[in-house]
Design a protein around this ligand. Sequence first.
Ligand code: LMR
Length: 397
Amino acid sequence: MLTTAKARGLADLPPVQSDSLLQLIALCNADQRAEKIDVGVGVFRDGQGRTPILQVMKQAEAILRETQESKAYLGSAGDKRFAELLRPIVLGEHADDERIAGLQTPGGCGALRLGFELIATANPRARVLVGAPTWPNHPPIINAVRLEIAEYPYYEKGQGSIRFESMMHGLSSAQAGDVALLHGCCHNPTGADLDEAQWREVARVVCERRLIPFIDIAYQGFGRGLEEDGVGVRMMLAACEEVIVAQSCDKNFSCYRDRVGSLFVKTGSAEATATAMAHVSQRAREMWSMPPDHGAACARIILDDAQLHADWLVELAAMRDRINAVRQRLASADPRLAFIGRQFGMFSMLPLAKEQVLKLREDEAIYMADSGRFNVVGMSDAQIDRFTTCVVAALDG
Ligand code: LMR
């Protein structure tokens, strides 16, 4: 007897747990209280609480408007000169290694997705080792390509420090071919970065276990310096035959919504890399066909001009200096906040329980992630004292 299957349509879709950071942006935007402090999403703000367009970006946009003759398609690799100019910045002394190829992507997210697509195509049984905690959008991107996730401990929230031994233990128990996801610098969400000696140890274990390091570097230049922040990437490239790097210009060029990023892939030979990049291009074609041009074209104009390049470094240093100055100010407010001064980049994680975070949101209009992650430069200079007073009161419980 024939049974009629119940028709399924869009109305049958199950509810979806939307991204926690996007939810937080919406909640904060809806709050009408004048004293509200937005330390949620990771966007740089200056002392006045604004996210200005960089001067060099304005200049590059003017140049682009004057000189661009066509908006015809560029192809799935996007702006090739842009990716070429990023090589010395991201890869350092490995910039001329012909076993490394790169292409433009829609932001760091696009690069992450493409990199994991490549892993899943090469080895669907690879597990991805992810530090706990990590950026909340890492697991969904990995799940989307159906790779298994295994966590390794990374950070001790109460202590404000890296659980290095446990991390090493987690990495040591991985199988050959597994992927170790690492934050290149300015760890999101904790701000706790590996130092050089720790990077060396991680490189040794990753290489020994024959894991593939996958480095997400979205904040280069926001921590110790543009060069210094690249140390981990370069050590991995020196130690390992196969490496993936997902890079973002969204923060260090302050062009967030333009979605500017790149993916670099290293294999054991130029030929194998060419094959890997053919797969990457095909995946890009399926997902977005070609990356958006505007922001990458502007970054290319900046990097290709000695004066604009130098001016960019000055503006980048000014953003970094504000981040580090605010960190020191917060760290000196209370001994329990001292760890903030030893960390890097836009984020730190306060040792607060979710209920305390929600209470700060409700009572004080202070918006941080449920995990206690906050953007140290989310607030204006004028808001810092009220922020620290409220946080210290919450810590006093
Ligand atoms: C963040 O972590 O706040 C940023 O990377 C923005 C985002 O897309 O989540």
